[in-house]
Design a protein around this ligand. Structure first.
Ligand SMILES: [Zn+2]
Length: 354
């Protein structure tokens, strides 16, 4: 079954983790043996061959770079301009992968339809389609930079990531969107970009919902009902998103799936982290919506963690192919399952780009 994963940090892995994603997952793991600079060394789950094996033929792929003030302990760049340059390096890698026939950038309906057709064909070594998104908007020095990004194919943008940002407050911080946030939202509407509500703290989330009238989705978020953390959506937030025709992408990061996860200590087996928990979150959103039209897949499987912090019944991204059967066991019909694995987000794009 064709899968559309709406949140992967592919170029971050290439440029900061130094992973050549053209290689099989096993070869990347082999090369990282003994490395200790990142917690997920040797445990990666994503590469192009694994995506092809799992029929993950389309993704939303990020550019990501944070700006931090002197007082901010999070890792990040010391100026917005450096953050911008980092995202441009990431973009250059996507372009190089396009030159190799590994990826293809999707920017409009025509490109989308052509790509979906290609994935129905028998062609070997199909390119992975990617829609460019910016996770955290700190690298946008001023609105002229956002225009340039849009021209380069940027189609979605999340104002914040972790901590306080230039345009909004993100996960684990508290605050609103301010004058700059409002200016950004206006520009997002003007360019018909998709606003990604993932990572907005509660105050910034609700201020954004008041100020913003354009298309909104959440690429990688789960339900606060199951894990009580500000990174997760409350039922009120989920209802607001549903009412705005949003689709919410389900993440496979263990700490968001089970309560009391301790990074670097907890173990997926010990904590019972499985793909079933993703299905619990899917089911909760479908029950809130009264249909299966508002949930999709946004795994974040390469977002700074690997098998040490993911479901233990997933070895690589190819195992996303287990999801249809899990949904089917819960009584989801074939068309429900197709909605969740790709159609909801595809329909969203058709509506916004049409
Ligand atoms: Zn994220």
């Amino acid at each position: 079954m064709f899968i559309f994963d709406v949140h992967l940090d592919l170029s971050m892995n290439a440029m900061e983790w130094n992973r050549d994603l053209r290689l099989p997952v096993s070869e990347i793991r082999e090369r990282e043996k003994g490395m200790t600079d990142k917690p997920d060394r040797g445990n990666n789950t994503v590469s192009f061959p694994a995506m092809r094996e799992g029929q993950v033929g389309l993704c939303v792929a990020t550019q990501i770079a944070r700006y931090v003030k002197k007082s901010n302990p999070l890792p990040g760049w010391h100026s917005q301009h450096q953050a911008w340059a980092q995202t441009q390096g990431q973009l250059a890698w996507y372009k190089a992968m396009e030159n190799e026939g590994e990826m293809i950038q999707i920017m409009d309906l025509e490109g989308l339809d052509n790509h979906l057709q290609l994935w129905q064909s028998q062609q070997e070594h199909k390119p992975i389609g990617y829609i460019l998104s910016l996770e955290g908007a700190d690298s946008i020095v001023d609105m002229g930079y956002l225009e340039r990004s849009h021209e380069a194919g940027l189609r979605a943008i999340g104002p914040a990531h972790y901590g306080p940002g230039i345009y909004a407050h993100g996960t684990d911080s508290v605050g609103g969107i301010g004058v700059k946030g409002r200016e950004l939202l206006k520009k997002i509407e003007e360019l018909n970009l998709i606003l990604d509500a993932t990572h907005l703290c509660d105050m910034s989330f609700w201020e954004t919902m008041t100020a913003y009238n354009g298309p909104v989705w959440a690429s990688h978020s789960l339900c606060r009902k199951f894990v009580d953390h500000n990174r997760q959506f409350t039922d009120e937030q989920l209802k607001e998103l549903i009412q705005r025709e949003a689709v919410i992408g389900m993440v496979l990061d263990a700490w968001m799936m089970v309560p009391n996860w301790v990074r670097g200590k907890s173990d997926p087996k010990g904590m019972g982290v499985t793909l079933e928990i993703m299905v619990d979150n899917i089911d909760h959103i479908c029950q809130l919506a009264g249909n299966t039209n508002h949930v999709g897949i946004g795994t974040d499987l390469d977002g700074g963690f690997g098998t040490e912090q993911g479901p233990y019944d997933l070895d690589t991204i190819a195992d996303l192919q287990k999801i249809p059967e899990l949904l089917s066991k819960r009584g989801y019909t074939a068309s429900d399952i197709e909605n969740i694995t790709s159609q909801n987000y595809l329909n969203f794009l058709r509506r916004v780009w049409g």
